[in-house]
Design a protein around this ligand. Structure first.
Ligand SMILES: [Zn+2]
Length: 363
């Protein structure tokens, strides 16, 4: 606050302004104890709530998944604390499953943010990639169990079968999901059993079955209970009924597509991220002919790449998010949202295969 010197006219002006400011404040400030309302679509970005237009359950919310906690989430509660967890689970080596985005900070900046203290402009400078994964767990609850309780890893977002987004950490944190890109990226694990050489020799046959109506239905195997979905009784269907074949990282794979609800959520989240962290360009890695690159980027390409990408663009030992992901559908529609709203054309893709889900897509 600026000191006001002397007892002359400037003091009287200051007092008059102060009275005005106080009066204005009284008209707009909530009464102490008033509950702030949320819409339920907010993600947390350097301490600021940012709308996404799709349901987001924060780690702070009932039903959320909190990657800040050091204990295991799903072990018996008596054995869940860090001391028991570090001896009971081989994958857990440090209490925190995340770190500081330090490599892109000056020593002064690192000192400022090491205990908090991030602001949005600094995060906007540091983050320029959005990494898509499939979780090979099938549901977000199972994904968090593997990351938090078994492997000592983390990811900012999980996207469940019903389109619910879970945020487990503020985006200011360096989550552990994509090795060399952790410092500069935001990550999402999309619930999906992944890609395999064939359906028959894979877990896909336990999760997907075609009904007499020709629709392919997702069945969560009984060992996972009800799957923990936010939408009780939700029955998921892949956006395309047949497994999708494609070559990723030199491997011929088949994978079932993501659900229409997951696509809608991913489109909204991608648009929100590209707007609030604008060094993430709303695009995906393309070759000279404009086609999706389906293998790891060369090191200098990866270094220079700013935008949305897959885990397989970062590491040769990864194939996620697999051959099924419709990159053009996600990016084209995220761009439409960035340009001011969805048009009817959102239900059209280059292949036209999403049209059957029109009512779902418009929710
Ligand atoms: Zn991955």
């Amino acid at each position: 606050m600026r000191r006001v010197g002397g007892f002359g006219g400037s003091t009287r002006v200051f007092c008059a302004l102060a009275v005005l400011a106080l009066a204005a404040g009284c008209r707009t400030a909530p009464r102490p104890g008033t509950l702030e309302t949320r819409r339920g679509d907010e993600m947390m970005v350097a301490g600021q709530l940012v709308h996404t237009g799709t349901r987001v359950v924060l780690w702070l919310d009932p039903g959320g998944y909190d990657a800040y906690r050091v204990e295991r989430r799903f072990s018996p509660i008596e054995e869940s604390d860090w001391r028991d967890s570090s001896s009971g689970a081989r994958g857990l080596h440090t209490p925190n499953r995340y770190g500081l985005r330090r490599d892109r900070l000056s020593p002064e900046e690192a000192e400022r943010v090491r205990g908090g203290g991030w602001d949005l402009p600094l995060l906007q400078r540091v983050v320029d990639q959005f990494v898509l994964h499939f979780d090979v767990c099938g549901t977000s609850r199972q994904c968090f169990k593997v990351l938090q309780d078994a492997r000592g890893l983390s990811v900012h977002f999980m996207l469940d079968l019903d389109g619910t987004v879970y945020q487990t950490l503020d985006l200011k944190e360096r989550a552990w999901h994509a090795t060399t890109s952790n410092t500069r990226s935001v990550g999402i694990e999309i619930a999906n059993m992944g890609g395999y050489p064939s359906v028959g020799d894979s877990p896909l046959k336990d999760w997907y079955a075609k009904g007499s109506d020709g629709q392919t239905r997702i069945t969560i195997p009984p060992q996972y209970g009800d799957g923990g979905l936010y939408t009780k009784g939700f029955v998921g269907h892949p956006a395309r009924p047949e497994p999708v074949a494609g070559n990723i990282q030199g491997q011929d794979l088949v994978q079932y597509d993501f659900t229409p609800q997951q696509y809608q959520a991913l489109i909204h989240l991608t648009a929100a991220l590209c707007r609030v962290l604008p060094n993430i360009r709303c695009d995906y890695p393309k070759d000279a002919e404009g086609r999706l690159i389906t293998h790891k980027l060369a090191n200098d390409e990866l270094k220079n790449y700013q935008g949305v990408l897959g885990h397989y663009h970062i590491q040769t030992d990864k194939t996620d998010p697999g051959p099924a992901l419709q990159w053009d559908y996600v990016i084209d529609n995220a761009r439409r949202l960035l340009n001011g709203g969805m048009s009817d054309a959102v239900n059209e893709t280059s292949l036209g295969h999403m049209r059957g889900h029109k009512t779902v897509m418009n929710q």
